[in-house]
Design a protein around this ligand. Structure first.
Ligand SMILES: [Zn+2]
Length: 156
């Protein structure tokens, strides 16, 4: 048992009921006041896997690794089926929804610009006018096609 002069063990060593040494691999990342952080990470990934992972990483990247493991473990504990993939999926849906809204807003902007801005000499440099020219291309080619269809008669 720990002597009265010893500092309190890190959350990992306390959870695993082992002596926390001064060179404890977990101590910098699992402070005693955050017991749930280690409990979740241990439940999902296992202490021995975390040990191996931290050993293979340079010291400068260990804190980020522990924090991402803690985030993933926390999400997996809350949502055993999807874990953080569930959160990613929700965010991807939001991105798709916002991109669709943005496209609608862009289309509306283009419509407003082309109905209020008179055609200028350098209108080929105006992206709004250009995109309308592009979108009206089927009409232009239709007109050309009907012109071509009439051509033989009008030529004679
Ligand atoms: Zn420890």
């Amino acid at each position: 048992m720990a002597g009265p002069s010893q500092m309190s063990p890190c959350a990992a060593c306390k959870f695993l009921r082992r002596k926390c040494t001064p060179d404890c691999l977990f101590a910098p990342y699992f402070p005693p006041d955050q017991p749930q952080k280690f409990a979740n990470v241990h439940k999902i990934f296992g202490a021995s896997n975390i040990t191996k992972l931290l050993h293979d990483l340079p010291l400068s990247q260990r804190e980020d690794a522990v924090n991402s493991l803690a985030y993933e473990a926390d999400a997996r504990v809350k949502d055993p089926v999807y874990g953080c993939v569930g959160a990613i999926s929700v965010l991807q849906q939001q991105v798709a929804h916002l991109q669709a809204e943005l496209a609608i807003a862009h289309a509306e902007l283009t419509r407003i610009h082309t109905t209020t801005v008179p055609p200028l000499q350098d209108d080929h440099e105006n992206p709004a006018v250009l995109s309308v020219a592009m979108s009206s291309r089927p009409l232009v080619s239709q007109a050309l096609a009907s012109y071509a269809g009439l051509k033989p008669d009008s030529m004679r």
